[in-house]
Ligand binder design. Structure first.
Ligand SMILES: NC(=O)c1ccc[n+]([C@@H]2O[C@H](COP(=O)([O-])OP(=O)(O)OC[C@H]3O[C@@H](n4cnc5c(N)ncnc54)[C@H](O)[C@@H]3O)[C@@H](O)[C@H]2O)c1
Length: 444
């Protein structure tokens, strides 16, 4: 099967290479010529484990190539995926669909033979209707079916998620398109991954509902964490206690500095906007958006409190800048707001991230950057763990204490326990755990 992937960013590149790995012929297109040149020379523009090798293997096998032009690839494709960005529209929080519609316009005139155009980007309900309208207007004779197939992969585990998804959601009403999409995903179907066929609008909404639910779950446990701090309870035990209930589930119940990343912030906001437009407001999601937004700066204030309430002239080291580990993505990372709060309060901030430094420099310029965790800690009045990279999970606290001005650790990811840190003479504060760690609840 011949496939064109329009947009070779996180989703387009990972989806494209995985589809090639299934045996399809895939051309990944991007209008960013520097990105395409890099890909052609074997460089991968994002940090994602296993991606470089998988791209190289499929390029070598002749199943994957890269281009900046859509013409030839679309003309010979059975399926054209649109995987371009849908960021928040500046000013109002709706999804900015200009890239999706531009892609639809660009491909329309090159469509020949029956072609399935698949929107993989996260798009509000009704976007597929507009994509179809644009294509039919530009090319009235096109034999085309427009399908919704949202992507659920997570950065940091993207290949695994694409190849072993919990489900594949496909929204369509055309039987020929259904056969084509079944063929596209045949290897996964044989792997028992359920293909969920539904109407296009329902499929579009499923993606937003999934992200909004997960964002809400995180926000719920974050509020529980705040309450735990007030009442002397332990949020990790609360998470475990409720997560073992099969109806609730244990995932996305880790209290922390608030969700960030390239999806949850913009998608929760876009869903809230769509719902308002349809006079059916989703108040739980509106509350989620606003609670999460205020939480990030509140975490900055928590750090200030841990350093005695005054940080002017103090040096604070920040460990982890990306919105989560195993990615170099800085989009909407909580670190940005936390650091801004510290800088606004007069602190000097030194940051380090294992993979995100290059992207961090583009969005945070008011800080110094260090070489590693110990470089961050040098002469610091306190250090803060913002992102739970593995290399921050076994820090040498004796060494840290010997180089810091004051031994203060704020652990916004709860990766340590107070008693193990106290042994080294550190003042320790975390999220939603009492001043003294209580013994773990025993299971019977
Ligand atoms: N990143 C994730 O983890 C993730 C997960 C699931 C879904 N999504 C959704 O997938 C979509 C893409 O996200 P992303 O993170 O891959 O974005 P991205 O910004 O990493 O990549 C988008 C790419 O599309 C290219 N592009 C834009 N217009 C183009 C055009 N007309 N022709 C060719 N290329 C074009 C851009 O140059 C860019 O390289 C979004 O809707 C996002 O919400 C993202």
């Amino acid at each position: 099967m011949h496939i064109t992937m329009i947009g070779s960013g996180y989703v387009g590149l990972v989806s494209g290479v995985c589809l090639a790995d299934f045996g399809h012929d895939v051309i990944c297109v991007d209008k960013d010529s520097a990105k395409i040149e890099a890909l052609k020379s074997g460089e991968i523009p994002i940090f994602e484990a296993g991606l470089k090798t998988l791209v190289a293997e499929n390029v070598r096998a002749g199943r994957l190539s890269f281009s900046t032009v859509v013409k030839e690839s679309v003309a010979k494709s059975d399926v054209v995926f649109i995987a371009v960005g849908t960021p928040s529209r500046r000013g109002d929080g709706h999804a900015d669909l200009s890239y999706v519609y531009a892609a639809a316009r660009e491909i329309a005139e090159h469509i020949t033979g029956f072609t399935v155009v698949v929107t993989k980007s996260t798009v509000p309900v009704g976007t597929g209707d507009e994509v179809e309208r644009i294509i039919r207007e530009a090319n009235p004779s096109a034999d085309v079916a427009v399908v919704s197939n949202p992507e659920f992969l997570r950065e940091g585990a993207a290949i695994e998620d694409f190849k072993r998804p919990d489900r594949i959601v496909i929204g369509l009403s055309d039987d020929r398109a259904r056969s084509v999409m079944t063929e596209v995903y045949r290897p996964l179907y044989l792997n028992q991954a359920p293909l969920l066929f539904t109407e296009r609008r329902t499929s579009e909404l499923i993606k937003y509902a999934a992200n909004a639910f997960l964002a809400m779950k995180i926000t719920f446990i974050n509020e529980m964490a705040d309450l735990c701090e007030k009442v002397g309870a332990n949020v990790q035990e609360v998470s475990r206690g409720i997560g073992l209930d099969g109806r609730i589930g244990s995932k996305f119940l880790h209290a922390g500095p608030g969700y960030g990343g390239s999806c949850f912030p913009k998608d929760t906001m876009a869903l809230a906007k769509t719902a308002q437009d349809y006079d059916s407001p989703v108040r739980l999601i509106e509350a989620t958006v606003s609670i999460n937004e205020s939480r990030k700066r509140a975490m900055g204030r928590k750090v200030i409190a841990a350093l005695g309430g005054e940080v002017r002239g103090k040096t604070i080291g920040v460990l982890g800048l990306t919105f989560k580990p195993n990615t170099d993505d800085m989009r909407d990372s909580p670190a940005v707001s936390i650091i801004q709060t510290l800088v606004d309060a007069g602190a000097r901030v030194v940051g380090y991230d294992p993979e995100g430094m290059e992207n961090a420099r583009k969005v945070i310029d008011a800080i110094d950057y260090a070489e590693d965790a110990y470089d961050v800690a040098k002469d610091a009045d306190g250090i803060v763990i913002v992102t739970e990279w593995d290399q921050f999970r076994a820090l040498d606290f004796a060494r840290l204490k010997s180089i810091m001005k004051a031994p203060v650790l704020v652990d916004l990811r709860n990766i340590y326990r107070r008693e193990e840190i106290a042994k080294f003479g550190f003042a320790y504060s975390s999220v939603g755990r009492p001043a003294m760690d209580i013994p773990a609840a025993t299971e019977h």
